[in-house]
Ligand binder design. Structure first.
Ligand SMILES: [Zn+2]
Length: 182
């Protein structure tokens, strides 16, 4: 999001030249440059043996399950975000985090950089938070079919499948054409 007014003093911002970025909105009163940056968020595929943690959040996708996700809070590392969000939304502990790359998303005025991870289950029983509609383990082999609308989630699951050594058709058990939409 490109700022027009200073969030600190409300004054109109000027453009200030920055070496790498070109013109950057700048408040001369507060001496702050407001760089146009996306909001960082984590998205996590939690794995327990042959199962993966899936959530239902109708406000994101009406008919799809999704992976667990959450915004990075100022003051924590991205890894801490993963542990915190998995515990807050599902009541679980995880270990062996593995970074799987990032995805940039822009929709409805939201600009998000999604840092994607897989993590191993490390204890606890599922305890759903109030902000989650439904959360439970699903077979990894069915995940792509259950996540129909969630393109980013499916891309992450495909990476997870690769990491876990799934090859060919083994990862797709449903009868529809999910396997053809890669
Ligand atoms: Zn200001």
């Amino acid at each position: 999001m490109k700022f027009k007014y200073c969030p600190m003093c409300g004054g109109e911002l000027e453009e200030k030249y920055s070496w790498d970025e070109g013109g950057v909105p700048y408040c001369p009163k507060d001496d702050i440059m407001y760089f146009d940056t996306p909001r960082p968020c984590v998205i996590v595929a939690v794995i327990k043996e042959n199962k993966i943690l899936l959530l239902k959040q109708s406000y994101i996708f009406k008919d799809s399950k999704v992976l667990l996700s959450g915004y990075v809070t100022n003051g924590e590392t991205v890894e801490e975000t993963v542990h915190r969000e998995v515990f807050e939304e599902a009541g679980l502990k995880v270990k062996d985090l593995k970074y799987l790359g990032s995805e940039y998303v822009k929709n409805n005025n939201k600009e998000i950089i999604m840092l994607t991870f897989m993590a191993k289950y490390d204890g606890g029983n599922i305890k759903k938070s109030a902000e989650v509609e439904w959360v439970n383990w699903g077979y990894i082999e069915d995940a792509l079919c259950e996540m129909k609308e969630d393109e980013i989630g499916k891309r992450i699951v495909r990476k997870v499948l690769k990491e876990l050594g799934y090859i060919g058709e083994k990862a797709y058990r449903c009868d529809n054409n999910c396997q053809t939409d890669s």
